[in-house]
Ligand binder design. Structure first.
Ligand code: GLY
Length: 356
């Protein structure tokens, strides 16, 4: 199924081995490079080598883990491309989670001022968020996605069968972005996400919801590809969530992205309730759902200063002020909302109270 998103070619299929050759023919590159990490190389890349056009593809493998989405890995990819004859007509295929598609997308976008790349996400987080929309980049000086660009892939190819193999934590990490997409869209989308049985994890039902979720993101980036305004909606839960994620790495208790975003969404729903009267009954029900699903992301009042320090680097901030993407109700966006330290502190207190 080809999703109807202008500027971003996203295909959801049941077999990447059947789908990929068509795209390779379209790109017509005679020098193909495949980027993966130590996890995805064996499980996801090896089967692809049955495709004729990939028999002589070069393979670049970087160590797995978000901590390796850095300048060192980026330089290794550039160097490998350079030393193995990559030119402007070469193609980079990124196979992996968000770490690989962010890193590979940035390497491809900058090598010789830009070569084509295709993303094949292998995680739920990559599928519904990172691989789609062209945001690429690396972490720098302990700040997440500090350096990067926006440049969409030639194609994003989603193979439904990869989702069947995900462990619970990685599945839930991606599901947090689906929750976010639903909350910024409509009550109907939220109901559909809320009612899904996470324990049973029916795959056919999940595939249908994944398609809807990617389309929600797609329709937003189609209207605002470079994040002038509307795309900021996709940052709901991320101002505090991203800061907590960086903090968690800092204190060497890293949490997966979606878990940090579950914490960020609770804090930011509280801010939305305080500032815009986000309905109390919905606040209570969403908070209780997120609490049951993701549990507590621990921190103390003595950690607030560190979390604020990371929040200062949020890309939405303007003139040194904290800028949030909030919702006054499900689907009712309140973008560019400025919040002060006292309000944010109250939201962190709320999170810790509600979780204890
Ligand atoms: N992950 C948010 C965005 O792509 O804009």
């Amino acid at each position: 199924m080809v999703l109807d998103i202008k500027g971003n070619h996203v295909v959801i299929c049941d077999s990447i081995i059947d789908e990929l050759p068509k795209h390779l023919t379209e790109v017509r590159s005679n020098n193909i490079f495949i980027l993966s990490d130590s996890n995805t190389n064996r499980l996801c890349v090896e089967p692809l080598l049955r495709i004729d056009a990939l028999q002589s593809a070069h393979r670049i493998i970087v160590p797995a883990g978000d901590e390796n989405k850095n300048l060192k890995s980026l330089a290794e990819i550039w160097r490998y491309l350079s030393q193995n004859g990559a030119d402007r007509k070469s193609l980079l295929i990124n196979i992996g989670g968000g770490m690989i598609t962010d890193l590979g997308g940035f390497a491809a976008s900058t090598f010789k001022r830009g070569i084509a790349y295709i993303n094949i996400p292998t995680t739920l987080l990559g599928t519904v968020d990172a691989a789609v929309g062209g945001k690429n980049g690396i972490n720098f000086d302990r700040l997440k996605n500090e350096i990067g660009n926006i440049n969409p892939a030639k194609a994003v190819l989603v193979d439904n069968s990869f989702l069947a193999t995900l462990d619970k934590e990685n599945f839930l990490s991606g599901y947090a972005e689906m929750i976010k997409h639903a909350l910024i869209t409509s009550d109907e989308e939220w109901e559909s996400i809320y009612r899904y049985d996470l324990k049973k994890r029916d795959l056919a039902e999940l595939n249908e919801k994944v398609g809807r979720s990617v389309l929600i993101k797609g329709k937003i980036i189609e209207q605002d590809p470079t994040e002038k305004y509307l795309r900021k909606a996709l940052n709901f839960g991320h101002t505090i969530g991203h800061a907590y994620e960086s903090f968690s790495y800092d204190v060497q208790k890293p949490v997966l992205h979606g878990y940090a975003i579950s914490m960020g969404m609770i804090c930011e729903l509280f801010l939305a309730h305080k500032l815009y009267g986000f309905p109390k009954d919905k606040l209570d029900s969403i908070v209780s759902y997120l609490k049951d699903t993701y549990g507590y992301m621990p921190f103390e009042t003595t950690d607030y200063a560190k979390i604020f320090e990371y929040m200062k680097h949020d890309k939405k901030n303007e003139d040194g002020k904290f800028n949030f993407s909030l919702i006054a109700n499900i689907g009712d966006l309140k973008l560019n909302t400025e919040c002060d330290v006292a309000q944010i502190t109250e939201s962190l207190d709320f999170y810790r109270n509600v979780m204890s």
